[in-house]
Design a protein around this ligand. Structure first.
Ligand code: DAH
Length: 341
């Protein structure tokens, strides 16, 4: 009898522990503890047992019954938590993926920090802008091709009588006149970083791109200040091993105007498939045209300035050595691409 009780108890416990829901557990209860259950049958045998043993066996059966009932209620809780609510606190948690700052945002932060070190102030001006700020104030002629519908996105809204049509600004230079007009005191040392929009989209051009525009206006500003600032930026951002050069160019808003090239990091300036004879183009720069100062309400006889406007994506790619087959990938949301950086 005692052996039967312990066997039954062990079987009950091991089967109870492997149940997963209420129904299985209830079936087990009926099988053992129901009116015609196997454990109940043992209880019923108690009266036939020799009176000398009855007390002892009775105690054993009572204890066992309690164990079976405790097992039932414990397992019932366990099943509720695990199976029925889908929660098992012993399963290791799923770590949420930890994101990171997008590489363009990182580049913007870094560029801002480099210029803030030498007293520039980070500014942002509207991306939806009037023609006057984007072109007119910058000395563009009426028929300049950048003003064409095929180059710039115009907004379908009535033109302002003074400021002309509304557009998505194609460059951060539109912040120049805004800075001059809004600035209460001189000198100006601004770094304007924002999005720009152009009618272009191919492997090396983005419809929405970022530029950073520097503008410095003070008395006695000359070309050496521009060159010094460029050298400082090149050294801080790209490191001491890259060289830069200025090529004469033409922009309506600067005189003289230059394009800035940086030595190619792939071939070290010797010339390779990726660069133009060892040089990569970064953007434009020059001394602010007096007409631009006038548009900004600044006395062109007393003050002078220099400006530059370069692409964030381009600068970042030249710094990191990142070669993507298509620059548009930088704007993709594909995590397989983004998590690599
Ligand atoms: N805005 C010009 C562009 O998008 C770049 C540029 C050239 C900006 C010369 C400047 C500058 O400030 O001085 O192509």
């Amino acid at each position: 009898m005692q052996e039967d009780v312990s066997k039954l108890r062990n079987e009950f416990i091991s089967r109870a522990l492997s149940t997963e829901n209420k129904e299985e557990l209830e079936a087990l209860r009926i099988e053992f503890l129901g009116k015609n259950g196997r454990f109940t049958a043992l209880l019923k045998q108690l009266k036939d047992i020799d009176p000398s043993e009855r007390k002892h066996v009775g105690e054993l059966l009572n204890e066992t019954k309690k164990v079976l009932e405790d097992t039932l209620s414990g397992q019932q809780r366990e099943n509720e938590q695990r199976g029925e609510r889908g929660f098992d606190e012993t399963i290791p948690g799923i770590k949420p993926p930890i994101g990171h700052i997008h590489l363009i945002s990182k580049a913007i932060d870094e560029i801002s920090a480099v210029f803030e070190n030498i007293g520039f102030v980070r500014r942002r001006y509207p991306e939806v802008e009037w023609d006057w700020f984007a072109f007119e104030s910058l000395n563009f002629t009426k028929l300049h091709p950048a003003r064409d519908n095929w180059e710039t996105f115009f907004v379908d809204t009535p033109a302002d009588p003074k400021l002309g049509p509304m557009l998505l600004t194609p460059h951060t230079s539109s912040g120049q006149a805004r800075e001059m007009l809004e600035k209460v005191t001189l000198p100006i040392r601004m770094i304007n970083i924002s999005k720009c929009y152009r009618r272009q989209s191919d492997a090396s051009h983005l419809t929405m791109l970022h530029q950073f525009e520097g503008l410095v206006i003070d008395t006695n500003i000359n070309f050496v200040h521009l060159k010094g600032t460029i050298d400082y930026f090149m050294n801080s951002f790209f490191g001491p091993n890259r060289k830069s050069r200025l090529r004469p160019y033409n922009f309506p808003f600067t005189e003289p105007s230059f394009e800035l090239d940086i030595s190619c990091d792939i071939c070290g300036g010797k010339g390779c498939k990726l660069c133009k004879q060892g040089w990569l183009e970064l953007g434009g720069a020059g001394m602010v045209h007096p007409n631009v100062l006038k548009a900004g309400n600044i006395d062109a006889k007393k003050y002078r300035g220099f400006a530059f406007g370069w692409g964030v994506e381009r600068a970042y790619m030249m710094k990191s050595g990142l070669r993507v087959p298509d620059i548009r990938m930088l704007n993709s949301t594909d995590l397989r691409f983004l998590t690599q950086f």
